[in-house]
Write a protein that binds this ligand. Structure first.
Ligand code: CAA
Length: 383
């Protein structure tokens, strides 16, 4: 093993595993059906310190390292990918951006309740016509006295309905490209901030994804995160961490699909023997286990680079690319190993397959990860 987890990391992993399988797993299939937001689970996760894991203790967080965070997130995703994406956005993009770029006052007001899990946060970058290329966004924020007035529509916002605070990017200077984008902290109670269309999704059905509409939404200038023009960098740096989170989510779902497939294959008999005696199944088991482990090593490597304070943009993209593609294969194979039963709702693998589908899309598509990785490789003059 390239990686040896510390005793503390193993303790966190075990604690979250036990909680996840006892508390979260039993209701996951039902939530998938009813689309019920897991508020009760998230509240308990807040009490366990899972909603602001890497936030410094002085702002109510656990000051945990990124390795512990990805281990915990994978364990939550193992039971319920919908709950995991809420945890991921909260920890990786929302809390981290506030921790890194917020003023002391902003941290007291917003980070403290986020880190404790008392409130949920959302991150609003994507727009109807600006997904992979967020520089072309058209939401604007115009300075008016001591306020900014925000207008525009954000799309596919995780926890759009259930969040209490949103970090939103908007153009403060149309002429400056990415340097004209700023980031604002907007409480959901702000007049002019309206929750729009709710997506009816293929997977992650217990996590709400909505439009957020800003109509002359007025926020105090004190709610700008960092300074005018820093919004794109804040988003990109938050997405570095977010991408490790989505990779961890992929591992959790892949492991759950693998374990379910193994359990089924051990019991299922065809041609007079357990199907695990057939080479076709054994080879699939070997390939699934190997790919999951390869993804795990990439994630742990990216997370530990982050913990060492090194630049980890390329490694986060590599982990996200590989893990999110891997889980497509692993969940498909898990269904294949179940045969016709895998195509029914009697077994969890069909939910895993649907949930995993978005992992190669959100927080940067696989194609975007390849752009980030190839840009980094081409910049490296030693190669
Ligand atoms: N950290 C900090 N700064 C960064 C950065 C990073 N990782 N990556 C780029 N930057 C900076 C650059 O240094 C540059 O700044 P300077 O000009 O000062 O040097 C600036 O940002 C622009 O960089 P690029 O020229 O590389 O930017 P680009 O316009 O070519 O775009 C991109 C790069 C990688 C394609 C980027 O647009 C991207 O990541 N697109 C995908 C967006 C995305 O992931 N959206 C997901 C939405 S969020 C979501 O899904 C949330 C959810 O709810 C689950």
């Amino acid at each position: 093993m390239l990686f040896k987890l510390t005793d503390e990391q193993v303790m966190i992993q075990n604690m979250v595993r036990e909680f996840s399988r006892k508390v979260i797993a039993p209701t996951a299939a039902e939530r998938d059906k009813t689309k019920a937001f897991p508020s009760d689970n998230l509240e308990q996760m807040g009490e366990l310190g899972l909603m602001g894991m890497m936030v410094p203790e002085e702002f109510g967080g656990e000051a945990a390292d990124a390795v512990s965070y990805v281990l915990a997130l994978s364990e939550i995703a193992y039971s319920c990918a919908s709950t995991a994406v809420v945890m991921s956005v909260q920890n990786s993009i929302v809390c981290e951006s506030l921790s890194k770029f917020g003023t002391k006052e902003q941290k007291q007001e917003f980070l403290v309740p986020l880190a404790s899990g008392e409130i949920i946060g959302a991150f609003a970058l994507t727009e109807p016509d600006a997904g992979s290329d967020p520089v072309t966004q058209s939401t604007t924020a115009v300075k008016d006295g001591d306020d900014y007035v925000i207008n525009g529509t954000k799309r596919f916002i995780t926890s759009g309905e259930n969040s209490a605070v949103v970090l939103v990017t908007a153009k403060t200077d149309e002429t400056k490209g990415h340097k004209g984008i700023s980031c604002f902290i907007v409480p959901k109670t702000t007049p002019g901030l309206i929750v729009g269309h709710h997506e009816d999704k293929m997977g992650l059905r217990a996590s709400d994804t909505t439009d957020l509409i800003f109509e002359n939404c007025r926020v105090p200038a004190a709610n700008i995160l960092s300074k005018e023009g820093d919004g794109f960098k804040i988003a990109m740096s938050g997405l570095d961490s977010g991408r490790i989170g989505i990779a961890a989510q992929s591992i959790g779902v892949a492991q759950a699909a693998f374990d379910a497939a193994l359990k089924y294959a051990r019991k299922r008999k065809q041609f007079g023997v357990a199907i695990t005696k057939h080479q076709g199944i054994r080879f699939q088991i070997a390939d699934m286990a190997t790919k999951i482990e390869a993804a795990r090593q990439l994630i742990l490597s990216a997370a530990s680079m982050k913990d060492r304070g090194e630049k980890f943009t390329r490694e986060a993209s590599m982990a996200k690319l590989f893990a999110s593609e891997m889980v497509q294969e692993v969940t498909a194979w898990a269904i294949q190993m179940h045969g016709g039963y895998g195509f029914t709702k009697d077994y969890p693998v069909e939910r895993f397959y649907r949930d995993a589908r978005v992992f190669t899309i959100y927080e940067g598509t696989s194609e975007i990860q390849r752009i980030v990785i190839s840009n980094a490789m081409l910049k490296d003059k030693r190669k």
